[in-house]
Write a protein that binds this ligand. Structure first.
Ligand code: PLP
Length: 480
């Protein structure tokens, strides 16, 4: 890497990226290309000779950007957000510059130690119990995704019980969660070898809270115990993917504890809101948990990927995931004086991801981060008010965090049912390119989800999004 060439090219790239952000609102939010569009534009083999950055950036503009769905657009309201920020971006640059592979402490002590410090900082911001801090038996680690956080927690729990009972009991191990739990748990069970028939998907309450009732959990555990199963893992969610529902952590956690279950809390999106004192109550009961996950890359201005996982007992993770091949042995690890994060995760290699989180904390500070979350929640409330003000629409679940679930109500004699009508509304809205929102099914009903969370979204974007939806609704209803 020639430093002067890097300087020249990186300046050009930063200019290109700044121009991209400046013109972000001009692009259709949802990419409008057809499958296979790119292979028709690109040569069939890699170039034999070098090409200029200028030519490549021209192709990015003409060929790549049309195939990008603009998650950073202020008009992106689909799924849950994936945040970027100047601090997060600069942290990514720095991480790319060092390009270390920090699997063991020795491979870059700063990478491991900064991760420990920053995860303790965030644990403090969330007021997690002391056991989750590195000073006790637990600690935090950065995973790539919430799915990996769930998987490693499940593996730790599985191996803890198999060490005690014996491997032959794998077929008896039973997992509990509500039907609103993210599909990541099902995938984790598949990977961990949990028998598919032993995954208890309990029906969430249908009273629009969509929370897991403690009585349903207690009953399922008791039935399983009397049939010879071994209940061992409960996953509760704070901010479900469909409707941002919150499971009652304290009550569920007590049942889990009484029955020796590992209790994982998946707060991938909504956990971020709990850095605000007024929203902290959503994770009351976290003291009962064995592990707690939250994606800073979703809603804390930290570029993807940066999924935070805290465990109360790090040795359970390490016993499940550690390896000690000769070629990685070193004095610091052998003397047990350091953390080797390779033993807290699935892969060996790992990036220097704590840098971007550290930069976010330092360049914005806790107060700005709290206000950032508050602003999105108030924008979501504003959108909910819009929906409530138009009798053609209804809010389907209580507005929670920065998510609004709503639908267009088919008028009497309308020839389409509610699901088809709302499917059409979503498709026509998204293909307008003006905004992008997604859907879910709640109580068997197709509903639209509008999640506020892109860093550039302002009130005018919310008002404009609502106008787009109203206009599309008028066109759809008017045409029948
Ligand atoms: N859990 C919840 C509650 C989510 O909302 C999501 C994604 O939106 C996930 C887990 C999966 O996240 P990841 O892509 O980080 O695995």
């Amino acid at each position: 890497m020639d430093a002067e060439q890097l300087r020249e090219n990186a300046h050009k790239m930063v200019d290109f990226i700044a121009d991209y952000y400046k013109s972000l609102e001009e692009f259709p939010v949802l990419s409008q290309v057809k499958p296979g569009y790119l292979s028709e534009l690109l040569p069939v083999s890699a170039p034999m000779q070098p090409e200029s950055l200028q030519d490549i950036l021209k192709d990015v503009q003409q060929q790549i950007i049309p195939g990008v769905t603009h998650w950073q657009s202020p008009n992106f309201f689909a799924y849950y957000p994936s945040n970027s920020s100047i601090a997060g971006f600069l942290g990514e640059m720095l991480s790319a510059s060092f390009n270390i592979v920090g699997f063991s402490w020795i491979t870059s002590p700063a990478a491991t130690e900064l991760e420990v410090v920053v995860l303790d900082w965030v644990a403090k911001m969330l007021k997690l119990p002391d056991q989750f801090h590195s000073s006790g038996l637990g600690g935090g680690v950065i995973q790539g995704t919430a799915s990996e956080a769930i998987l490693v927690s499940l593996l730790a729990a599985r191996d803890k019980i198999l060490r005690k009972d014996g491997n032959e009991y794998l077929s008896k191990l039973t997992v509990y969660a509500s039907d609103q739990t993210h599909s990541a748990l099902k995938k984790a069970c598949q990977i961990a070898g949990i028998y598919p028939a032993n995954f208890r998907i309990l029906k969430a309450e249908q009273n629009s809270s969509y929370a897991l009732a403690p009585e349903a959990l207690a009953e399922a555990i008791s039935t399983d115990l009397s049939s010879g199963f071994i209940p061992f893992f409960l996953c509760a969610t704070v901010g479900t993917t469909s409707s941002a529902a919150v499971d009652p952590l304290s009550a569920l956690g007590k049942i889990a504890k009484a029955n020796n279950l590992w209790f994982h809390i998946d707060a991938a999106y909504a956990g971020n809101a709990c850095i605000c004192p007024e929203y902290r109550y959503y994770i009351d009961g976290v003291e009962e948990a064995d592990s707690f996950g939250m994606n800073a890359h979703k809603w804390l201005l930290t570029n993807f990927d940066c999924s935070l996982l805290w465990v109360k007992n790090r040795s359970a993770l390490i016993q499940s995931l550690s390896t000690n091949p000769e070629f990685l042995k070193n004095k610091a690890s052998q003397e047990n004086r350091v953390i080797d994060f390779k033993d807290w995760q699935i892969p060996l290699g790992r990036r220097f991801r704590s840098l971007k989180l550290w930069m976010v904390m330092r360049m914005y500070g806790q107060e700005n981060l709290q206000n950032y979350i508050r602003n999105h929640i108030s924008l979501a409330k504003k959108f909910e008010q819009h929906v409530l003000s138009d009798s053609r629409f209804e809010v389907v679940a209580p507005q929670a965090f920065s998510l609004v679930c709503f639908r267009l109500i088919p008028p009497p004699n309308h020839h389409e049912n509610s699901d088809t009508l709302n499917y059409s509304l979503m498709n026509s809205t998204n293909s307008s390119g003006k905004i992008f929102l997604s859907h879910t099914v709640l109580s068997g009903m197709f509903v639209l989800r509008l999640a506020v969370g892109a860093p550039l979204t302002e009130e005018r974007h919310i008002n404009e999004a609502w106008k787009v939806l109203q206009d599309q609704a008028t066109t759809l209803l008017g045409s029948f």
